[in-house]
Design a protein around this ligand. Structure first.
Ligand code: GLP
Length: 250
């Protein structure tokens, strides 16, 4: 894992966005197109802000897939990830080759099958992801399924994950947070050629520690990133505060 520790949340997201744009340009130069995966959540605010302000990306050659979405949440709900990605990404860049959203209100199995089939035709060049307070990657909460090869799966959301969404202000109570989501699976995320993981903030310090210095375990799902050959982890000083070995990573 390549780790960069930045001063604050803004610098962290900016650095991740700059690297993402260079990987996208590189893929387009090499083979004429790029496929990307986008995550949501507060960790991606600055990343997407930077990415959408970058020049020189031929967006009509970029195909986007969506990492995860709540099951049953209306598209216009404040916490909906389609709304998030439309407002913070799709509407800010020129037309893409394709935008493949997860429809959390569609028949669940059909939607998983549709997206699973589709993404197999698009090897992913760059995945932008975050890590939850419980160590989740996408919505693969612990204990995550490390085995399934199905690209999109139905997952149960644990208490800690659902509480995080309330604490971030997306919902006003835990009862309102859906109990299930459609998520890209761990194996599918790991197929991405490059993974850029952005994790700012003190409340992520434990998750960052288990991701970087813990044993690889489905109880800390993001720890699987240790096995990826091209994973770039961007954290700020707060998120890095529990790491034992920080000096080598600046
Ligand atoms: C969220 C989203 C993911 C995101 C991750 C980190 O709950 N489901 O798309 O990558 O978990 O989110 P946040 O940045 O809000 O901590």
């Amino acid at each position: 894992m390549h780790i960069q520790i930045k001063q604050d949340e803004q610098q962290t997201g900016k650095a991740a966005g700059i690297l993402a744009s260079s990987f996208i340009r590189e893929a387009i130069d090499r083979k004429g197109s790029a496929t990307i995966i986008l995550a949501t959540g507060s960790s991606q605010f600055e990343v997407l802000n930077e990415l959408t302000n970058e020049n020189g990306i031929d967006w009509k050659r970029v195909t986007m897939f969506h990492l995860d979405e709540y099951i049953g949440l209306p598209e216009k709900h404040k916490a909906g990830f389609r709304k998030y990605l439309k407002e913070r990404f799709v509407e800010k860049v020129p037309l893409l080759a394709a935008v493949n959203f997860i429809n959390g209100q569609a028949q669940t199995k059909k939607e998983c099958d549709r997206l699973s089939k589709l993404i197999q035709e698009f090897p992913v060049d760059v995945a932008l992801v975050g890590i939850g307070e419980n160590g989740h990657l996408a919505f693969n909460d612990p204990p995550a399924d490390f085995e399934t090869k199905q690209p999109y799966i139905v997952v149960d959301l644990d208490q800690k994950c659902r509480q995080q969404q309330v604490n971030e202000g997306w919902f006003s109570s835990i009862e309102e947070v859906p109990k299930q989501a459609i998520s890209m699976s761990i194996q599918q995320i790991m197929l991405s050629k490059k993974i850029i993981c952005t994790v700012p903030g003190k409340r992520k310090a434990e998750a960052v520690k288990c991701t970087v210095e813990g044993t690889v375990s489905n109880l800390c799902p993001a720890s699987i990133l240790q096995n990826h050959p091209n994973c770039y982890l961007f954290i700020d000083e707060d998120a890095a505060s529990l790491l034992e070995n920080k000096s080598a990573k600046n």
